[in-house]
Design a protein around this ligand. Structure first.
Ligand code: ZN
Length: 227
């Protein structure tokens, strides 16, 4: 269930900081008409900035979370996620930042994985992957687990549950995306944004809340995470 983990957190961290700077510049450039907004433009809203100059640069739209980013003309062989290469790269940036600050962010990494997974379900995504993304969000935002404890629950469930139902994504997977998390300027802000992201994604899947809760509670039974 671990996507895009850089093998060198130190370098990844510096690279992530560099990318954050670039993204901020891009974002500020594109939002000078709307200084109070905190999110990038989305599919269908590219003209909301009003003038044509904003449309001159080619953009890519993520098929999963609808995040619109400058097209870097990247290609990807990633098949687990219904995501644009540019969006996937931001996911890698968030993972790198988590791994660069393990003391405070190790417990939140799984929540990033789960929020991202629940926003990028493809026809090829395995049912267990979707179920884990959703039960991970459920355990954190409804039952008070940390992301690390949710990950431990995944380990337990992977060994005890033989098959998983297929959950169909909602039309709208939420307004908060991985991009918003990359806008954090500190570890504390990153943690806040990860929680905002996760809550938003979980809320977007409200049509399966009852099913996920009932299923997960029954599957876990009396199991509890080690602290
Ligand atoms: Zn995306």
């Amino acid at each position: 269930m671990e996507p895009l983990l850089p093998r060198n957190p130190g370098r990844g961290g510096r690279w992530a900081d560099h990318r954050r700077t670039i993204n901020r510049v891009l974002w500020r450039t594109r939002t000078t008409r709307e200084p109070s907004t905190s999110r990038p433009s989305r599919s269908g809203s590219a003209t909301r900035f009003g003038d044509q100059e904003h449309n001159l640069n080619r953009m890519s739209v993520c098929p999963g979370c609808r995040l619109e980013l400058p097209d870097e003309r990247r290609t990807s062989n990633e098949t687990r996620y219904n995501a644009s290469p540019e969006c996937l790269r931001l996911s890698g940036e968030v993972a790198a930042f988590n791994h660069a600050h393990p003391a405070r962010l190790a417990i939140w990494h799984q929540t990033c994985v789960d929020a991202y997974g629940a926003q990028h379900v493809s026809a090829g995504t395995k049912p267990i992957a979707v179920a884990f993304a959703l039960n991970g969000l459920y355990l954190v935002f409804e039952r008070g687990f940390t992301g690390l404890q949710a990950r431990n629950a995944h380990g337990y469930l992977a060994n005890t549950v033989p098959s998983w139902p297929r959950f169909t994504p909602p039309d709208n997977v939420g307004k908060v995306t991985v991009f918003d998390v990359t806008m954090a300027s500190s570890v504390g802000e990153h943690i806040d944004l990860v929680q905002t992201w996760g809550r938003s994604v979980w809320a977007a899947w409200s049509h399966v809340h009852n099913e996920i809760a009932t299923m997960t509670d029954a599957q876990l039974g009396s199991w509890h995470p080690h602290s």
